[in-house]
Design a protein around this ligand. Sequence first.
Ligand SMILES: C[S@@+](CC[C@H](N)C(=O)[O-])C[C@H]1O[C@@H](n2cnc3c(N)ncnc32)[C@H](O)[C@@H]1O
Length: 385
Amino acid sequence: MIVPSSKGCRAGSPDPAIPPKTKRGPATPPYRFNSMSPENRSEMARAKPPRCNDSEGATTARAPRKTGSRDTTGSTFKAASSLRGFASASREIHFGRGCSSLGEWLAFAEAEYARHDLALGQVATTAHDEALYLLLRALGLPLDSGAAVLARPLAAAERSAVSRIFRRRILDRVPAAYLTHEAFLGEHRFYVDERVIIPRSYFLEVIPQLDRWLKKSTAVARAADVCTGSGCLAILLAHQFPDARVDAIDLAPEALAVAKINVREHGLAGRVLLHRSDVFAGVPPARYEVIVCNPPYEPSARMKTLSPEFRKEPRLALDGGKDGLAVIRRLLAQAPDRLTDDGLLLIEVGGLHAAMEAAFGRLKLRWLPTQDGSNCVCLIEARRL
Ligand SMILES: C[S@@+](CC[C@H](N)C(=O)[O-])C[C@H]1O[C@@H](n2cnc3c(N)ncnc32)[C@H](O)[C@@H]1O
């Protein structure tokens, strides 16, 4: 399953256009908005801007008060929808009224995030970090701006733009990455929209360490990323193994359209090949030294318990069938014909550690360490399959 609270912690790196002040590896949850240097972040956190005088916070019609982010019935959400017509007129006028400086907008947004019980984890794990990210992006300011930026006054047009983006995030519960159309994995930036899940995979930590588990004699000539979504992991593989050809596979044509954009933007169209296929069923025969897979692994019954932000991601990217293992089962059945003799299969399984051991313990799963201790990526050697 894709567990928002534990999994949504992956991104966080500077926009490549803005050189990082510090070199950063994978984010350590709780993820911070890492596009800023630690010094800048703590400076930002210390700076307590005055709150704006915004009466919006006292109104009730625009969004459910204290929305249950895990509202299993969806009733709160439905109620909010029915009020939307009235709400939209009112929120156009009021949302963020009274906020002038960037710092005031930040304080306002943080309070609204808390009041509406927004789900975090897709882009950042704190309201401060995510709201600051949105502000800087909406205003076209560098992501590593220093604390002085908090005092920057916003012109009327900028206030409208910021109000619009926070309305979409806070009232409509649109994930921040779908508003900015970008997400980061390590130092890599990816285009994203509603056609793909927002990249936050633990493979960010695992892929750079693959050499530790590959045999010394193994040169990676071919690698595969099954369930590629935005193409982010195929692209990480291609960067990790510069001589390898990478097959990136997804069942959803919509996802592959996004992957195509990212492959092109990373200049990898010659080496990363996209395939529309149910796991390997439609992929021409080939054997790989490395196969990675971040499949949908949410047990179906959990889908309706996800918060609105996560339900805005494609269901196909999250729903792993009754027990979460549907795609994993198919992959394990097909992998023997797809791995070289010394090949490795790596699968990210979220909270399915115990279920995997129960179902596939005979394969001698090796659980790879991750910085947050979730250790939710397992490695399987070809000879065990
Ligand atoms: C959890 S997302 C992973 C996306 C990307 N690899 C990442 O880490 O951000 C799972 C992806 O698997 C795709 N998918 C679901 N069922 C599939 C299947 N049977 N075969 C291939 N891809 C599938 C979905 O369309 C979705 O893009």
